[in-house]
Design a protein around this ligand. Structure first.
Ligand code: GLN
Length: 299
């Protein structure tokens, strides 16, 4: 299959809709000023084909897509131990919800809601100490094949306005479920959210997920990460994503979504305006068009 014409066609089909659906994330100024009309996509296949369209080469704030990579790093380091503190069930709640944490004594439902990613960050700080951010950058640079950096302005803004994440972290700390100081854990979490990458870099970086781990993690771990992306990667829209798209996906409030077709390809899309669940509205439409045109699905 030649994917370049398919991506070009999706970009052309959606061109008139750019910026029309949803709202750009406004909780920090650095995200609020992004032009809602950006739209890009890129893919890379197991056979070495790559394709890119629209703004696919433009870097943006990957936000919660980073949760896939910190989970990978934590699974590499901790194996089964990781799951003592983090569940594997969809939450059915918004990504930054506090309500389940109280009922479940500070054990987050899954590693992709904010509480779960903060718990993963805590484990990484235990393993790497002050080197945790550098280890994450090393992983990302290795996966993308070129240096990847944090956007320090976004990271600082996240820290200044991250009251809800601070609440989640303190809440878990009060249940004895974080080992490290809240400040150190959130410093890593806010920086991972502030990673700047393009769709091209993201598709390449995630490609171990369609290649049985490719030496980054084991085949079994890779299957588990894909399973978590399918069931939890898009928060309380995960059922809708499975229904309409049928691929493991991870989204971020920067408007990016990474999708995996195991043994075939990884695809990244970016369009900053979000729907009510915090997922890119046009990104989701682009993924729907992609699976309709290619017939790809895990089902
Ligand atoms: N920085 C955002 C937050 O912590 C990330 C959330 C997301 O991308 N869904 O609220």
């Amino acid at each position: 299959m030649d994917f370049q014409p398919i991506l070009d066609d999706i970009a052309a089909t959606l061109a008139a809709d750019r910026g029309l659906h949803g709202q750009v994330a406004s909780y920090i100024p650095a995200l609020a000023r992004i032009d809602a009309r950006h739209f890009g996509l890129a893919l890379t296949t197991t056979e070495g084909q790559s394709a890119v369209a629209g703004d696919g080469a433009l870097p943006f704030s990957i936000q919660s897509i980073s949760k896939v990579f910190t989970l990978t790093l934590a699974m590499q380091q901790l194996g089964e131990d990781l799951w003592a503190r983090i569940g594997r069930e969809p939450s059915g709640d918004p990504f930054n919800s506090l309500v389940q944490l109280e009922h479940e004594q500070g054990k987050p439902r899954n590693p992709f809601i904010n509480a779960g990613a903060i718990a993963v960050a805590d484990r990484l700080v235990s393993v790497f100490g002050h080197r945790a951010k550098a280890e994450l950058l090393a992983l990302m640079g290795g996966l993308a094949g070129e240096p990847i950096a944090f956007d320090e302005e976004v990271a600082a803004s996240e820290a200044q306005t991250g009251f809800r994440n601070l609440a989640l972290a303190n809440f878990m700390k009060s249940f004895g479920k974080l080992d490290n100081p809240v400040d150190a854990v959130l410093d890593l979490y806010f920086h991972q959210c502030a990673l700047r990458m393009s769709c091209v870099q993201l598709a390449r970086a995630a490609s171990y997920l369609c290649r049985d781990g490719a030496g980054i993690c084991t085949e079994r771990q890779t299957r588990r990460i894909n399973a978590l992306m399918l069931t939890c990667g898009t928060y309380d829209a995960a059922g809708e994503f499975a229904f309409r798209i049928g691929l493991p996906c991870k989204s971020g409030v920067g408007g990016g979504i990474v999708a995996v077709m195991p043994d075939r390809l990884t695809l990244a899309v970016w369009s900053p305006a979000l729907d009510a669940t915090g997922n890119s509205a046009l990104g989701m439409r682009a993924l729907e068009l992609f699976v309709a045109r290619t017939g790809l699905s895990v089902f």
